[in-house]
Design a protein around this ligand. Structure first.
Ligand code: HPA
Length: 267
């Protein structure tokens, strides 16, 4: 683990206590309010040396350490994206920190556009696999052999099954699907969406994939969810915008919060 992550972990333990973290959570656009629901200690990113400063409206750049249901969690209220500064590994230090604090599971959330008419805005998709449509990789430049990360089981089967069961019990539709990473920050063209769809993706967005690669590199088990905020470009007459994404994300967020709380509750 990097020296920087170890130093940050010591700083976080000083502020929030040394009990190990069990689960890390990364909140996507419009999902930030969950960070405020946690009983714990909140640390703005600008107090965390070397942390990428999140510069996307709808994200809340703070780390919250505390209790969510029966689990001790670390919540990243904002994420950094490749499109902010051209760094595919922008989330490496935050994820290294979670791992150093003890996390072995990582739950990622995002807002995404859907290419499936049966997963309309307001619905949730459980990501079962991804297509890296950007061609970028956060491990480019990593020197150790650990960079050759197998991705066959990137999305943890047990975690997926757990969430699928909970969704059934709660009567929440949670559709499995494949997420494509598009670098952004411009949205896709209709032709790009047709291409991505033809390649087999069900939803498209500008995040998450680099974090999954980094998390697997670090040995974290991953579950990831998209809240669908719009139909992808060309599939609906509705205009696509970041404002629209932020306005629509809370629809799915409420259901996602229910699933997360149940998942973190020990029966
Ligand atoms: N494309 C890319 N990213 C997104 C979209 C989309 O349609 N909706 C929300 N995030």
């Amino acid at each position: 683990m990097s020296k920087n992550a170890k130093a940050l972990a010591a700083q976080v333990r000083d502020l929030a206590g040394s009990e190990p973290i069990e689960v890390g959570l990364v909140l996507g656009s419009g999902l930030g309010h969950l960070a405020d629901a946690i009983d714990g200690v909140s640390i703005p990113y600008d107090q965390l040396d070397g942390f990428p400063q999140a510069h996307v409206s709808g994200h809340d750049p703070k780390l919250v350490i505390g209790q969510l249901q029966d689990a001790r969690v670390a919540v990243l209220g904002g994420r950094s994206h490749y499109y902010e500064a051209g760094q595919a590994d922008a989330m490496r230090l935050p994820l290294e920190l979670l791992k150093t604090l003890g996390a072995d599971k990582l739950i990622l959330t995002n807002a995404a556009g859907s290419m499936r008419l049966d997963i309309p805005p307001g619905e949730l998709m459980q990501i079962t696999d991804h297509i890296n449509f950007s061609g970028l990789n956060p491990l480019i430049g990593e020197r150790s052999d650990a960079r050759f990360v197998p991705m066959g089981d990137a999305y943890d089967a047990d975690m997926q099954a757990g969430f699928t069961d909970i969704a059934k019990q709660e009567g929440i539709t949670l559709t499995p699907g494949i997420y494509a990473w598009y670098s952004g920050p411009s949205f896709e063209t209709p032709a790009e969406i047709r291409a991505i769809r033809t390649l087999g993706a069900d939803a498209v967005g500008m995040s998450t994939v680099p974090e999954v690669i980094l998390a697997r590199f670090l040995g974290l088990r991953v579950a990831a969810f998209s809240t669908i905020t719009n139909m992808a470009q060309g599939l609906s007459d509705e205009a696509i915008s970041h404002e629209h994404t932020k306005a629509m994300a809370p629809l799915g967020a409420e259901k996602l919060e229910k699933l997360l709380r149940r998942y973190l509750t020990r029966d």
